[in-house]
Write a protein that binds this ligand. Structure first.
Ligand code: NZQ
Ligand code: ZN
Length: 386
């Protein structure tokens, strides 16, 4: 296991009714002016906006609205938010939404307090913001675990890059599973797959031998698989909805990464696919994972065989280690199909080979993977996905 320092700065409030119960008191001492940030309007249809507004009004806040944060938030939207914060002397940012809204706000918060362009600061000077406008998050769509960290995935449309920037972490996160009831089932499913992907990307990193973080990860993966099936069978199952929401947070609160070098190669490929096609994150991952794993599993057959046994409960009896490893990847592919996720890029409307080539040529290549890929291999894997 690698050496580590673990500290957790985000206070998490979980459960039905948590916004009403805690938001008012959390807003005390946050200053007078609050930027209320949200997406394309789902919060207005499902009543969440009204609930939050009434808490803000009761707390005597003056509210500046920052609406229309799109899925796969853009760098231009970040700059729009940062300008609003500066012009209105915002004291606190409240992000109400899924990963896109929360990510956008992390960088808005940091950009507003830093004169230098954040993209240049991080990608050219390799410096990271140490100051930001304080923020809190109310989660309305789970899966990304974005509320639990200070990484934010932003699409720079001019540069054609979707990449991770570091910004603010929330001071608090409110996770009410009932807030996800209005989320379309397709998004619930792609979000849950994102959680599974975060676990796998960490699990298949290094070291090769199983450590405590891996065993916790196996439990989270089994939990996501079981509860997603339960929730598809009964969307009103609040137990399953709650489990998925907490599993999502567990995927990104750092616990599973303790002592690990993570992989996140599938994510790097998917993010660039997003930069070129604006595709749904969890769906892109669902298509890429099995193809990527079939390509690399021979470089760590033992770990893939363990994955088959511990996550998919496949019996090793009568199987070689290689057969077991392949059966695990097969079970993953079957699960993706069973829950209704796309299994090919064609199903997602992506067939243009020149886009796949551009993705392969521009995505980051990670070091944590059991096989470091070449750009040509990435192109081959993406072509297999079509
Ligand atoms: O914009 P509105 O109208 O709110 O609609 C959203 C959006 O269309 C809708 N939605 C959210 N909550 C809802 C709801 N609709 C009805 N009822 C509700 N309660 O859902 C749609 C998708 O929302 P979005 O926030 O884009 O989804 P998600 O949470 O999957 O976030 C995806 C973004 O997060 C990034 C992804 O790359 C992508 O940009 N990620 C962030 C990570 C992080 N910071 O740690 C990790 C992930 O790997 C991921 O890359
Ligand atoms: Zn993800």
């Amino acid at each position: 296991m690698d050496n580590f320092v673990y500290e957790y700065p985000i206070k998490v409030y979980f459960g039905q009714g948590c916004v009403k119960q805690y938001l008012g008191q959390l807003l005390e001492g946050c200053g007078k002016t609050v930027l209320l940030a949200y997406g394309g309007g789902s919060v207005k249809k499902n009543g969440i906006y009204d609930q939050i507004m009434s808490e803000l009004e009761a707390a005597g806040k003056s509210v500046v609205e920052f609406a229309g944060i799109m899925p796969n938030p853009t760098y231009a939207k970040v700059q729009e938010g940062a300008a609003l914060v500066r012009e209105n002397h915002v004291d606190f940012i409240l992000a109400v939404g899924g990963g896109s809204v929360i990510d956008c706000c992390k960088i808005v918060a940091a950009q507003a307090r830093n004169a230098q362009d954040i993209w240049d600061m991080e990608f050219t000077d390799h410096k990271y913001p140490g100051e930001w406008v304080p923020m809190g998050a109310v989660v309305t769509a789970s899966g990304t675990g974005a509320e639990m960290n200070n990484g934010a995935v932003i699409t720079n449309e001019d540069k054609k890059i979707k990449a991770g920037l570091f910004g603010a972490h929330a001071d608090f996160a409110l996770l009410d599973p009932a807030y996800t009831l209005s989320l379309p089932m397709g998004q619930v499913i792609s979000g849950a797959f994102d959680t599974l992907s975060h676990c796998m990307e960490t699990y298949f990193g290094k070291p090769d031998h199983i450590i405590l973080s891996d065993e916790i990860s196996e439990a989270v993966m089994r939990n996501v698989i079981r509860n997603l099936r339960l929730l598809i069978a009964d969307p009103q199952d609040m137990g399953a909805r709650s489990e998925l929401m907490w599993a999502s947070a567990m995927g990104e609160n750092g616990i599973l990464k303790i002592g690990k070098v993570t992989d996140f190669q599938a994510h790097q490929m998917e993010h660039q696919l997003g930069a070129y096609t604006d595709c749904n994150h969890g769906q892109g991952l669902a298509v890429i994972h099995p193809a990527l794993y079939r390509h690399i599993y021979e470089n760590n057959i033992g770990r893939f065989a363990h994955f088959a046994q511990e996550v998919w409960r496949i019996s090793p009896e009568g199987k070689t280690e290689q057969e077991l490893a392949l059966a695990g990847i097969g079970a993953l592919a079957d699960f993706i199909k069973d829950v209704g996720l796309p299994t090919t890029l064609t199903e997602m409307g992506i067939t243009d080979e020149s886009i796949l080539k551009a993705v392969a040529d521009t995505c980051s290549i990670t070091a944590g993977c059991c096989k470091k890929l070449t750009r040509n291999e990435i192109f081959e894997i993406l072509k297999e996905c079509v």
